[in-house]
Design a protein around this ligand. Sequence first.
Ligand code: GLV
Length: 306
Amino acid sequence: MSLAIICPGKNPDSWIQVIRELDPDLKIQVYPEIKEPEEVEVALVWQHPPGILSTFPNLKLISSMGAGVDHILTDQTISADLPIVRIVDEKLTFSMTNYVIMGVLNFHRRLTHFQENQEKKIWDMSDPEIEVKIGVMGVGALGGDVLEKLSFIGFPVVGFGFSEKNDSEYPYYSKSQLGKFLAEVNVLVCLLPLTPETESILNLELFKQCKPGTYLINVARGKHLVEEDLTQALDNGYLSGALLDVYRKEPLLPEHAFWGDRRIMLTPHIASVTNPRAAAPQILDNINRIRSKRPLLNYVNRSRGY
Ligand code: GLV
């Protein structure tokens, strides 16, 4: 039995170190040096080359290295009965929530505006705050925490998701009520999973339904956003600004218009990065669970897409 770590472009060393510390007997093979594919029973993956997983005849479990599994579900070669798990972790949630709060506070307290005034030595005390109501699209482990913490600080919040929900602690709108949801808020946070249904959901039609001047925070996936529609929505005042952490093509190409657009604040997909030390115990726990045929943690429902 061995664990294959497959994360091209990412340094696997910290994963290897922490997994070795926790389970010195577990054999680890690291892509592209997988010499004994028949030994691989569990694969820990991030943006694996499509098709590679079907070269392991004894594979029993696939674990994402992160919260998202879109990079796994788009690989059509993975057998339909292979279980997939993802990372749900306090540290990941903590970082994501703090990033979103930072974006909300920046908009609410007009920090960018005051920094621009600082550059021009302008002392202007007018309009110190923008009143905000935050709409969070995606109310899972991450979105749920964002709603809870923002609400705790004292902001009005509302959630949106594709499914019906009767047990939500916060006002909640489902798929058919998207227009109502958008009409209520002026900060829009996208934390949806990327599925065929949610791809390109942040498009001009949606932005037109927002309150004029809405602020967008996308911390989910680049493919949720139609990038040229964002520029158009900013030009037309449907949106007033955006904080982006994810892009359709990463790394963002040097010639991309977003780099030079002062209305957009961007970070390089760092809102919440899995911490191997925090996440490794649940991966090892799942390896034990699959061996002893016990229910898996953070199991992904493939038809739902998360
Ligand atoms: C990061 O993007 C993740 O899915 O954890």
